[in-house]
Structures are given as C-alpha cells and as structure tokens.
Design a protein around this ligand. Structure first.
Ligand code: SAH
Ligand code: SF4
Length: 369
C-alpha cells in the first residue's frame, strides 16, 4: 500500500502514468489531500469511480498519530507525533500577527550532537519519511481549520500555516532525500503553494548538501553559526570539524545567487560566558564581510541536564548593538512556547533506542565540552 502523503508532485504524476492515467489526475489528488485535507479516497468525487476504487485498493492517506497536543499561554501549540517503536517527534505552531509558522521536524533525534541542543543530547534514531515530514504541515492545517482557528492571513482564504521553518528536531540536510520531496509539496501550487521565501531550512552546516539544495530546491537558508572562530565552533557544533567556517561561508556565498532572499540568516544561540563576549561580536563582524547575512540571536533555552545558561537579556541587547554599530542587521528571537518546552532546542520528543549511539560514544570518545 502506498501512502499518498509520501508522493511529491512528480512522483504522483509517475504513479498515475504507471496506471495509464493522465497527469492532471495527480493535480486533482494533490488538491484533495493538501488543500482540502481529505484522507479518504472515496471522498475525491471528481475522480471516476473505477479510479477511486483502484486507489482505495492500492493507496491510503496516512497522516500522523498524535500522542499529545499542548497549547502554551502565548498560543504556541505543540504536537507530539508517534514515530513508531517508542519514538516520537514534535512539531510546533507559532501564531504571530500576520502569519502562522510551523516548525517542522525532519529526524527522530539527531546525530550531530551540538553541545547545547536537547535533540542532539538524545542521539539519533532514524530519518522521517516524506509522509511524516509533510504530514506535520497537513495535520497542523487540518486540525487548526477544524478547530476554527482565525487570523488575518487565514481570513484572506489562506491556510493557517503560511510559513514553514525546518527548525524542529533533526538536521534536515542529513535527511535530504525525504526532506526535498516534502519541500516540493510545500511549494507546489496544487499542494500548499507557499512561496520559497516562506519556507526556511536551517542547517548546522553540511556543506556539500547546501550545494545540492541550491541545485535541487533552493528555499530560504538559515545556518546555525553559534561561533565566529573554528576552535569554539568545533566544540559547540561538532560538524564544524568536518566543514570549518571558511568552507561553510563559501557554501553560503554559492547558495545566494539561487536563493529566494538575498541574505543568509545566521542563527546564534547566546550562551552565557561562552560565545557572548565583545571579542565574539567582533569576530562576527569580520566574518560577515564574506557573505550577505542577517544575524538572529537566540536566547539559550534550557533543558534538563544542560550545563549552559543563557546570556542575560541586557548583554544580549549589548551584543546586538555591537553588531548593529558595525552596520549589520541583528534581531533577537522572541522565545515562544517555553512553558510547554516548545522553544528552540527544547524539542526532545522521545527516542528510546539510543544503544548504538552510546556504544559509539564509548568506543570513540568525542570531547565536545
Ligand atoms: N538541525 C538544524 C535545525 C534544527 S535546530 C540546525 O541545527 O540548524 C534549530 C535552531 O535551534 C538551530 O539554530 C539550533 O542551533 C538552535 N538551538 C538548538 N538548541 C538550542 C537551545 N537549547 N536554545 C536555543 N536554540 C537552540
Ligand atoms: Fe542536530 Fe540542529 Fe540540534 Fe545540532 S542543533 S544537534 S544539528 S538538531
């Protein structure tokens, strides 16, 4: 049985071609699933009955199974979704004045082990499928519409989710083959129809895959920088040991000509006494000469067992001012949904099978801290 949520527009066309059907059938089915959130083939009334019967026999629309659904005081809503075998992932809806953003997960856990990240701390379990990734957008829209959620952008006839950020659990570029079809569905006019600037992928810096994303599906790019020198970044973002800053900045510069925005967003988590000193701001100013960029300073969000604390607000503002005084654009990310552990870096879901990772760590000790 094929889960129709797994099929990007081109794959759905191939599916219908293989069934001797016209390509426009794919567009009809896309609209039923991704614009009307139908999960029953029998309800797709503009398809001839024999085709519906065939689809019902061979396919299904399998959305996520919700384990928990929590809403924060500020309206942020988090869904804990079953990922099988005791694993779960999270997606987070963040309503703002003029948009509804969904923060989407791409993996159960993450292998990259950034020192300050709750997802990284739990190790890697598995890649999500395309259906599990796009299913988060499908499910959020479907649920929010059913709940009668309103907002100025929704009243203009649009879906509740107007923006997607691939900033949930996992490293999206490490699951490239499932993430890109999901991105294509987000962008397709017969599915979610989001413009490329409203879809942002955040990466910790998998350089070769940044190039591939540019060639195959360039969306807005955010890069988790967190340090302006290699020694510090090696400690905070271990993938830097494989792809150091010079390589990463060059990849960003190569990306921009194809990007929907003319800058890369550098995310920078503010860790008290670690990467928040005036000298660190000065390093960023130098580094920003290499590529057109904007900085997004993220107050560190604590999670159980972390050794870090956030830079106090006054010093974050001071750090921001140092960047601005040098002519750079720097914003401070508003922390949302903290009371339901839905803020950046707090998404832990559940990953039960951590055996492999623990063994690997024991055999090859990696000095992260
Ligand atoms: N794996 C991708 C996307 C997911 S993380 C990446 O690393 O970019 C999304 C953002 O949250 C990243 O910038 C990440 O560095 C940041 N982040 C991780 N842990 C955090 C924490 N505890 N507090 C604040 N931000 C955090
Ligand atoms: Fe993975 Fe991103 Fe967390 Fe690093 S910050 S461990 S890349 S999810």
């Amino acid at each position: 049985m094929t889960n129709l949520l797994d099929l990007a527009p081109d794959a759905l066309e191939t599916f219908f071609a293989d069934h001797d059907e016209k390509p426009f059938r794919a567009r009809q089915v896309l609209r039923w699933i991704h614009q009307r959130y139908v999960d029953d083939v029998a309800a797709m009334t503009d398809l001839a009955r024999p085709l519906r019967e065939r689809l019902a026999a061979e396919t299904f629309v399998g959305g996520p199974t919700v384990i928990r659904d929590t809403t924060a005081a500020d309206g942020t809503r988090k869904w804990l979704l079953d990922a099988g075998r005791g694993n779960a992932v999270e997606s987070v809806y963040i309503p703002e004045d003029d948009r509804g953003t969904l923060c989407v997960s791409s993996q159960a856990g993450c292998a990259l082990d950034c020192a300050f990240c709750a997802t990284g701390k739990q190790g890697f379990n598995r890649n999500l499928t395309t259906a599990e990734i796009i299913g988060q957008v499908w499910h959020a829209n479907r649920t929010l519409i059913a709940d009668g959620v309103t907002g100025p952008w929704i009243e203009h006839g649009r879906a509740p989710i107007s923006n997607v950020v691939m900033m949930g659990m996992g490293e999206p570029l490490a699951n490239f083959d499932n993430v890109v079809p999901a991105l294509r569905l987000m962008l397709d006019d017969h599915a979610y129809g989001l413009s490329r600037r409203r879809v942002t992928l955040s990466t910790s810096g998998l350089v070769p895959l940044i190039d591939r994303l540019r060639d195959e599906c360039p969306v807005a790019l955010a890069v988790s920088l967190h340090a302006g020198n290699d020694a510090l970044r090696d400690r905070l973002v271990p993938i830097n040991r494989r792809h150091p800053l010079s390589e990463l900045l060059a990849a960003c510069a190569r990306y921009l000509p194809s990007a929907p925005r003319d800058f890369v967003t550098f995310e920078y988590v503010m860790l008290d006494g670690v990467n928040d000193q005036p000298v660190h701001a000065a390093e960023l100013v130098v580094l920003a000469r290499e590529v057109s960029c904007k900085f997004n300073l993220i107050p560190f969000n604590a999670f159980p067992g972390t050794e870090f604390t956030s830079t106090p607000r006054t010093r974050i503002v001071d750090f921001q001012r140092r960047l601005q005084d040098a002519g750079l654009v720097a914003t401070i990310r508003r922390t949302r949904g903290e009371d339901i552990a839905a803020a950046c870096g707090q998404l832990a879901g559940q990953v039960k099978d951590r055996t492999k990772r623990r063994l690997a760590t024991r055999i090859v000790p990696v000095a992260v801290h």
